[in-house]
Design a protein around this ligand. Sequence first.
Ligand code: SF4
Length: 398
Amino acid sequence: MDTHAFKRSLHHSDRYNRRGFGRAEEVAGSLEQAYQSSLIGSIRDNGYGLTHGRLQVRLAEAFGFCWGVERAVAMAYETRRHYPQERIWITNEIIHNPSVNDHLREMDVLFISVEGGVKDFSGVASGDVVILPAFGATVQEMKLLNERGCHIVDTTCPWVSKVWTTVEKHKKQSFTSIIHGKVKHEETLATSSFAGTYLVVLDLEEARLVAEYILGNGNRESFMERFSKACSPGFDPDRDLEHLGVANQTTMLKSETEEIGRLFERTMLSKYGPTELNEHFLAFNTICDATQERQDAMFSLVDETVDLMVVIGGYNSSNTTHLQEIAVTRGIRSFHIDTPERIHSDNSIEHKPLGEELTVEELFLPSGPITVGITSGASTPDRVVEHVIQRLIALSEN
Ligand code: SF4
């Protein structure tokens, strides 16, 4: 499909909106009440620290809502105002945060159900309003909704749209897109739907396998076994790795994407030489900083003396999991929770250790003076962080 032409025609449709409805002021009060926090504001003003009795709280200097998420949530609120009577759907969680999604449910926004990994659009009718989330939707979903006569409110972050434009450029020039991301993540699914030939690599280790294959040091069978679910239909590593461009899932670590880009540039340079490099490799320069900023702030925080870390964010949030990884790598006692309610008044905490199922730990806050580091993923509102701190304060007083 010519995704570029489809997008262009969609953007001209009067049933499509990607700029909001000019109702920012009308929804500002509700957004502030639901998501912002004066406590967090004062902790920020106080050098990101708070002392309460024996408890010291250290906040990461960059955490929580990024620009794209704030924009998407505000657009969803505006949509409800703009269409007070219409049925409103969202194709997925608008962002990976349970409290935000709960607020939307309270506003009668319906979520498209998913059965066995497949979305069920059967309930969506002509004239319904459908919100596309911050990390986008596949081109097939957009086409279906458009053909069904829905009003589409597209909150896809412009940084994500830029990545789509990048893979479309690769496609136009018959280059393969190497997408640094998680195969099943909605954003990567959406990006690959706009790409032509593509291969998804999870990390530098997988990228190195691909680079070695390009240089003739791989085995076709084991390559296909490893990447069979991470490439476009009919992908042939002997044919499709001669012309490459790099793209990313925006919540991956920026420094890792850049390193993957440099790796492929070096690989193509060594295979084809400097005069032909530009015919075989397209540089990539549209990486969003928000994820990296949060990770850099987390590195600074774990360099301080913190006794334990609380990492707040949805369990399916990629950037929150990366934050948790940093604490775990440093050997810091660390708890990933998605809502404040996971911290119980009996000093136990229900949390998700990295790569494991939810578990309950008793004696969460130890006795005596304690310093707790706190951070949150790009989809977590300040209000949630505030409620976590309030629970910590209450526990420390017991
Ligand atoms: S992390 Fe970056 S790309 Fe993703 S929604 Fe936020 S601002 Fe947009």
